[in-house]
Design a protein around this ligand. Sequence first.
Ligand SMILES: Cc1cc2nc3c(=O)[nH]c(=O)nc-3n(C[C@H](O)[C@H](O)[C@H](O)COP(=O)(O)O)c2cc1C
Length: 141
Amino acid sequence: MFSLVYKSVLATNLSSESLNNMLQKARLFNREKSITGCLLHHKGEIIQLIEGDETEVKSLFKKIQKDKRHEKIIVLNTEENLFRMFGKWSMIYTNINANNTLTYQEKRELFNTIYHSSDVSCVPGISKLALWKEANLILSS
Ligand SMILES: Cc1cc2nc3c(=O)[nH]c(=O)nc-3n(C[C@H](O)[C@H](O)[C@H](O)COP(=O)(O)O)c2cc1C
């Protein structure tokens, strides 16, 4: 199971409606290709984890990199895992904003930790894996 995590910044003129439309299409595509993952959004900053077959993930990421709806795309981590972390979701989306009152603090901290965590690493990072497991837990609650 191959996973790729990147961060980016959304185009400033991107409406939440366009983002939702994009996500609907993305989920259909991902389901078809057995790709799962998680998209965190905090004030225009994005972190996405995509997992699945390595060829499929890399080919999807090539398209995502060319997408004009975001910029400043930086790969944070790629790794081979035994299991899917987001197996239940073709692409779970969370906008971490103050309206998500219950776990807002937790989610914001998590987002900041991952977003500002170390540079590109192709070596499996145990701490990063732990972070995503935590994200998985928080997003499920
Ligand atoms: C932040 C962000 C995340 C995206 N995530 C996915 C995704 O998980 N799956 C997907 O099929 N498209 C995703 N897309 C859309 C792709 O960039 C692209 O538009 C889509 O794969 C269709 O590409 P095509 O028109 O070249 O076939 C995402 C776009 C953005 C801006």
